[in-house]
Ligand binder design. Structure first.
Ligand SMILES: [Zn+2]
Ligand SMILES: [Zn+2]
Length: 241
């Protein structure tokens, strides 16, 4: 499996793009600038079969119209795209399109799913989506007042990859680390805030879950990267697992 780090930054970062990774044909989060960043990295939307959305904050969600409309314009939509997200995100996705394009995009089709050849799979905590050898499980996280906010584990080819961006330290993060071989974990700040983990907590997870290799993501520019216990991926890095 190949993991492309498309963006590793938080909002306000000058040096890093919006947090997003591509695991083979699975894209996790499609926030501001992600689609153009992918194209500049020669990673194209036509290769994405599953899109996982953690929550609707703009640095994780607002490139969804660019992703889906670009896919339609380039006739890359022959194969269905499965969008895996929290409860209510289908409705939020349609509202985002209505905000950007009025109702012009949707009225040509019976519904949003037909127009963009997508299906939504809305998951709650501990629910899974399974298809062939792939299993994706949702974990409820805690992110200030934002709900729903999900993390995921992706089981594929005998390995489990965890993803918990935009969260405080909580039961969901710990369950992801328990179940994962490698995990991408929020390290937005040096010390925690009411919405995000601090780097000190991210490092502590490595001590608590020594079998899980931890990658610090969604980082601010001032978060230092001189800690040996965990990994600090940068935009454009490729991780082979
Ligand atoms: Zn957020
Ligand atoms: Zn964020």
């Amino acid at each position: 499996m190949k993991i492309n780090c498309i963006g590793t930054g938080t909002m306000g970062s000058i040096t890093r793009g919006s947090q997003s990774i591509l695991l083979d044909n699975i894209l996790i989060d499609v926030g501001s600038g992600v689609v153009k960043k992918m194209e500049s990295m020669k990673l194209y939307t036509k290769n994405v079969k599953y899109l996982l959305l953690t929550h609707v904050h703009s640095d994780h969600f607002v490139d969804l119209p660019n992703f889906l409309i670009g896919r339609n314009i380039r006739n890359e939509n022959n194969e269905k795209l499965t969008i895996i997200c929290g409860k209510g995100i289908r409705k939020k996705s349609i509202e985002l399109f209505e905000l950007c394009f009025g109702d012009g995009t949707n009225t040509r089709y019976k519904n949003f799913e037909e127009g963009f050849n997508v299906e939504f799979v809305e998951l709650s905590d501990n629910e899974s989506f399974e298809e062939k050898e792939l299993k994706i499980t949702a974990y409820e996280l805690e992110h200030g007042d934002c709900k729903p906010i999900l993390g995921f584990t992706i089981e594929k080819e005998g390995k489990t990859i965890g993803y918990a961006t935009d969260t405080t330290i909580c039961d969901g993060v710990k369950r992801i680390c328990t179940n994962s071989d490698i995990a991408f974990i929020d390290a937005t700040n040096i010390i925690p805030t009411r919405s995000h983990m601090g780097l000190n907590e991210t490092v502590c997870l490595k001590t608590e879950f020594p079998n899980c290799k931890i990658y610090a993501i969604h980082r601010s520019d001032y978060v230092h990267n001189n800690i040996n216990e965990i990994e600090f991926p940068e935009d454009g890095d490729i991780i082979e697992i």
